[in-house]
Write a protein of this length. Structure first.
Length: 367
């Protein structure tokens, strides 16, 4: 009897211990799952805030004809070109497709987001065909009014025709500064409505919350070459660049769009394989405008040349300082895997601004 009682007590203690252990295991498992979720969330937030690329592509956008646009946009090429031909503007097909990519990614019944310009409210256009017919008509009118200035046309498509009048009263030529000042002026007029709010950090910085002051760069990033305020970056301008590596260039990830964590992500440069013993070289003489650590970029060097910038990311060591004048071929640092990187490589960019206006470097190197 006593033995049976002891066995029952021992069993009860053992069962209680196992339940307690299971409880703590479940708690620890829950904590681990929460930590993993927070890590993924933080990485996603960093990507959104910095606009920095991911390293492992799982899908890409269609790049036909120099475009970096989705298949949803590309399906409308024939209709867009046909409508533009009515105005003698068929050569602007790629530009309008890039505009559509920025407006909607080719999704929905109004891919050119033309409802507001047609009837002053969202939702009055109910089919993609109607959107393209009216959107192209509106684009053509703005294009002619802007004297075929591509940048002025794009910003006016976003701001409205009043921006053309504003530019003509202030020198007659588009500039980012005029876009900012116009947005500031218009926002002061309409902010009491509560309808307008800043969508970009740069807009918050300037108090320019009317429309999108980054609209021109946002559209032109889908094209190569890209127009800039003081001219056009052409292959001729970029010709004669030195190689950023002393070894043969081996591309491991190309410029363009891909899906990461279930969302589209823009890889803003081109990746070349290299080892920690490989030196990274400036492709052209210029001025170092950034040398330091930049989040997912890791150790980053950016060099300004004429009216564009080259960037070299994930370096293991930095060999130059901000403000330094450098020569073509000069060593900038060493190949590495700092920042958000899956292995040693050089992430190389060509762009028109420090953190925007990226273009595909591949044609420059013959890829």
């Amino acid at each position: 009897m006593w033995a049976a009682t002891k066995r029952t007590a021992r069993f009860a203690v053992t069962a209680k211990w196992q339940l307690a252990t299971l409880k703590w295991r479940l708690i620890l498992l829950g904590i681990a799952a929460l930590v993993l979720y927070l890590v993924i969330l933080v990485v996603g937030i960093l990507d959104t805030l910095t606009g920095v690329q991911n390293e492992q592509p799982t899908d890409t956008f269609n790049t036909a004809g120099g475009l970096q646009v989705s298949d949803q946009v590309l399906q409308y090429r024939g209709l867009v070109e046909s409508e533009l031909s009515k105005y003698g503007l068929a050569e602007q097909t790629n530009l309008v497709l890039a505009l559509m990519m920025q407006e909607s990614g080719g999704r929905g019944n109004d891919p050119m987001q033309a409802s507001e310009s047609k009837c002053g409210r969202i939702g009055c256009i109910t089919s993609p065909e109607e959107s393209i017919v009216y959107g192209v008509e509106h684009f053509a009118a703005v294009f002619e009014r802007a004297n075929r200035d591509v940048q002025l046309t794009l910003q006016s498509y976003n701001f409205g025709g009043g921006f053309i009048d504003y530019v003509q009263q202030n020198g007659g030529r588009y500039s980012k500064e005029l876009a900012i000042s116009f947005s500031q002026m218009m926002y002061q007029r309409v902010k009491h409505t509560g309808i307008y709010r800043c969508h970009r950090p740069s807009a918050v910085q300037y108090g320019a919350c009317y429309g999108d002051i980054e609209y021109v760069d946002s559209v032109l990033k889908y094209l190569a070459p890209i127009a800039v305020a003081d001219g056009v970056i052409t292959k001729e301008l970029l010709s004669g660049l030195r190689s950023p590596l002393a070894i043969p260039l081996n591309v491991t990830s190309r410029f363009g769009w891909r899906v990461v964590f279930g969302q589209w992500d823009n890889h803003t440069g081109i990746d070349f394989s290299c080892t920690p013993s490989d030196t990274i070289h400036a492709v052209k003489s210029g001025t170092v405008i950034y040398s330091g650590n930049r989040g997912p970029y890791g150790n980053l060097v950016q060099v300004r040349h004429d009216n564009y910038i080259t960037a070299y990311a994930h370096l293991s060591r930095l060999g130059v300082q901000t403000g330094q004048q450098i020569d073509a071929g000069q060593a900038l640092g060493y190949c590495g895997t700092t920042g958000r990187s899956s292995g040693n490589h050089l992430h190389f960019e060509i762009k028109t601004s420090e953190w925007s206006g990226h273009i595909d470097p591949a044609p420059v190197f013959g890829f």
